[in-house]
Design a protein around this ligand. Structure first.
Ligand SMILES: NC(=O)c1ccc[n+]([C@@H]2O[C@H](COP(=O)([O-])OP(=O)(O)OC[C@H]3O[C@@H](n4cnc5c(N)ncnc54)[C@H](O)[C@@H]3O)[C@@H](O)[C@H]2O)c1
Length: 250
């Protein structure tokens, strides 16, 4: 894969799991990476630097519009450009109930974190990319989108919205040298999943997966990095499932 020398990247949710793996990979391939996470992302930045890479950490709460604007502005102030973005921060739905029993706070918090954040990230990132001739964006959706998973309606709706926003945004900038795609992970053993399905029960998820193993954070990050690379130069508006085949097994 061609490297990312001279490229500047933002990765949200880069403090852990999929985002951490992608931030480390992008930096290892030459990008200057802005690690954005509500928890700060210092451990990810340390790993980037230990491997000889370049980056910075920017504490960002993607629920806050002002934080997202500040993240993009700080990136431009520090590095003078923005070429790549992996909008990956997200939360699971802990409050598992049929939608007719769900409270509005649960709805709002998941929509703000998983969907409105992606709208706001792209809203600020696209103009920055246009100023330097283009770029590429990957948004993290989910393998749950095509199916009816009971009791996590808000999570599924938020991620279906990410797929839809991605397609529309991709068409709006396709003739301006910006590509936009999603990665749709299967079950990945990260803190996000561990909090809703205890690690001791996760063997069920491997069994449900046609490839008979769970997806890893690196599996998903590998695809995100590929979609950000020059080799994916003819791919836009797509949702790419990295789920061991689950989405075609129903
Ligand atoms: N783990 C899975 O099985 C799975 C499956 C499908 C989709 N996903 C999606 O993958 C993405 C990454 O999740 P992960 O599995 O790597 O989880 P993770 O818990 O390892 O990482 C998520 C990161 O996002 C950060 N974050 C949470 N809320 C934030 C906020 N408001 N602002 C900024 N950062 C915030 C957390 O601090 C954490 O570092 C999420 O969008 C998630 O919905 C995960």
């Amino acid at each position: 894969m061609t490297g990312f020398q001279d490229k500047v990247a933002i990765v949200t949710g880069a403090g852990s799991g999929i985002g951490k793996s992608a931030a480390i990979q992008l930096a290892a391939r030459g990008a200057r990476v802005v690690v954005a996470d509500i928890k700060g992302g210092e451990a990810t930045l340390a790993a980037i630097r230990e491997a000889g890479g370049t980056g910075s950490a920017h504490q960002t709460d993607v629920r806050k519009p002002e934080d997202i604007q500040a993240l993009v502005e700080a990136t431009i102030a520090q590095y003078g450009r923005l070429d790549l973005a992996f909008n990956n921060a997200g939360i699971a739905q802990h409050n598992r109930k049929p939608l007719y029993e769900l409270d509005l706070d649960t709805w709002q918090s998941i929509i703000d974190t998983n969907l409105r954040s992606v709208f706001l990230c792209m809203k600020h990132q696209i103009p920055a990319m246009l100023r330097t001739g283009g770029g590429a964006i990957v948004n993290t959706s989910s393998g749950v989108v095509p199916h009816g998973y009971k009791n996590i309606s808000t999570y599924v709706a938020s991620k279906a919205g990410v797929d839809a926003l991605t397609r529309v945004a991709a068409m709006e900038v396709a003739d301006r040298n910006i590509r936009i795609n999603t990665v749709n992970p299967g079950f990945v053993a990260t803190p996000l999943l561990d909090a809703v399905i205890p690690p001791g029960d996760q063997h069920r998820l491997s069994e449900r997966t046609p490839l008979k193993k769970m997806t890893t954070a690196d599996d998903v990050a590998n695809m995100a990095v590929f979609l950000l690379s020059a080799e994916a130069g003819h791919v836009t508006g797509q949702s790419i499932f990295v789920d061991g085949g689950i989405n075609v097994s129903f």
